[in-house]
Ligand binder design. Structure first.
Ligand code: AMP
Ligand code: MG
Length: 399
């Protein structure tokens, strides 16, 4: 057996690095910037009002209440056609450009309209700059907006739009093919014949890819047939940046994925010292990483977490490769026997009164998907006897 650390390093060492691209804003959420972003223009682009109210000269409000003559109105999106001379005010809306002469805004709630709107009583003294957004207050031209490696969230996309950037240099989103193997697998909702099961790995793996923001490509299902597996794999690597297969990498008579990978790729078959997900075939076919994940539904998902996720994150230019880990108090006995492996136990993590707790999510068989679905973490049990209720345990968070 090979240790998890060594197996992970083997995989990460062989995956290609990230590729930069000019990505339209609409497709950039979740990507990491590959080049630092500088502001080509100022934000705000002009001095404007932060309130609905009156643009005034601050010096005119000294000794408030004072009455000022209203000489016009300026709306957001319009150009002021009046100046604010001494003793005057201009009605102004939020976001409207400040008229020449004005140096402050009084919010409408601090004013009284008089003379049918021809004049306004300002009730408070305001300082210069009151309720004003000055030009370049948020960003000046040439300011660094984002450093390299910034993961673009909704707010980042808004910032880019605000400075007139419609394509951003980012590490390209990997396209990842997902292929299921097994003569027993069927799709759809029809009745099962004896020996058949429904393919659940593809939806789970495609879901994990979607959740982590990479593009999943459904490569379908192939029988336990060397030629069919080879055709499917060659097709997958010709259109994808990585391929995930499930099944066919164990010790069975018909486990052809590892046979084919060995023949057409630069493959290493590993027995990783973990449970579940012991077998892993990893190789490059035409330079494209292929992850031969185990077939058992829980194993394929755990293997994805431990190997595919960090590798795909690295390929997407991310430096944070893994899910976070926390320390929790076990609320159940999480027992195991010494077998030279690290065990990953499906748990539900909760927090209360400042403490973090982990309880078993249900049946721990590698075919028992319901506990995997319910789990919000994987408790990490190093080789030994496990932990007792009340003991501390390390948990890899899934949510
Ligand atoms: P294998 O690694 O091909 O020997 O598969 C191990 C176990 O996982 C067997 O019980 C398979 O029937 C099951 N299995 C393999 N692929 C899938 C899949 N796509 N969906 C659900 N179960 C699967
Ligand atoms: Mg199989």
């Amino acid at each position: 057996m090979i240790s998890l650390t060594d197996a992970r390093a083997y995989v990460l060492d062989r995956c290609p690095g990230p590729v930069t691209a000019e990505v339209p804003l609409a497709e950039a959420r979740g990507l990491a910037t590959s080049v630092a972003v500088e502001a080509p223009e100022a934000v705000p682009p002009f001095a404007n009002s932060a309130m609905d109210g009156f643009a005034v000269r601050a010096s005119d409000t000294v000794g408030a209440p004072v009455e000022l003559r209203v000489v016009g109105t300026v709306a957001a999106g319009s150009v002021p056609d009046v100046e604010v001379s001494p003793g005057c005010a201009v009605r102004i809306m939020t976001g409207a450009p400040l008229p020449v002469g004005a140096d402050a805004v009084v919010m409408v709630e601090r004013t009284q309209s008089v003379g049918g709107g021809d004049a306004v009583v300002v009730e408070v003294e305001v300082p210069e700059g009151n309720h004003l957004r000055t030009i370049g207050e948020d960003l000046q031209p040439g300011d660094q907006v984002f450093s390299v490696g910034t993961v673009l969230g909704p707010g980042h996309l808004g910032v880019l739009a605000s400075i007139g950037v419609d394509r951003v240099a980012a590490w390209r989103r990997p396209r990842v093919g997902v292929l299921s193997t097994g003569d027993e697998l069927v799709d759809g909702v029809g009745p099962l014949e004896i020996g058949q099961i429904r393919d659940s790995n593809r939806p789970s793996l495609l879901g994990l890819l979607d959740e982590m923001g990479v593009t999943g490509v459904d490569l379908g299902r192939v029988a336990d047939d060397e030629e069919a597996i080879e055709v499917a794999l060659r097709g997958g690597v010709s259109t994808c940046d990585a391929v995930l297969t499930s099944g066919g990498v164990s010790m069975g008579d018909f486990d052809y994925v590892k046979v084919v990978l060995d023949r057409i790729g630069d493959m290493r078959w590993m027995q990783v010292a973990i449970k579940p997900a012991k077998p892993l075939a990893f190789g490059l076919v035409d330079g494209v990483p292929v992850f031969g994940l185990p077939g058992n539904p829980v194993s394929s998902m755990v293997s994805f977490e431990l190997f595919a996720r960090p590798a795909l994150r690295a390929m997407a230019g991310r430096s944070d490769l893994d899910r976070p880990r926390v320390r929790a108090i076990a609320e159940d006995d999480l027992r195991r026997r010494t077998d030279g492996k690290v065990h990953f136990v499906r748990v539900v993590v909760s927090t209360r009164d400042g403490g973090t707790y982990a309880s078993s999510a249900g049946g721990q068989g590698s075919h028992q998907l319901t506990a995997m679905a319910a789990a919000t973490g994987l408790a990490v049990l190093p080789d030994g006897n496990g932990v007792a209720e009340g003991d501390e345990v390390e948990v890899l968070l899934l949510g």
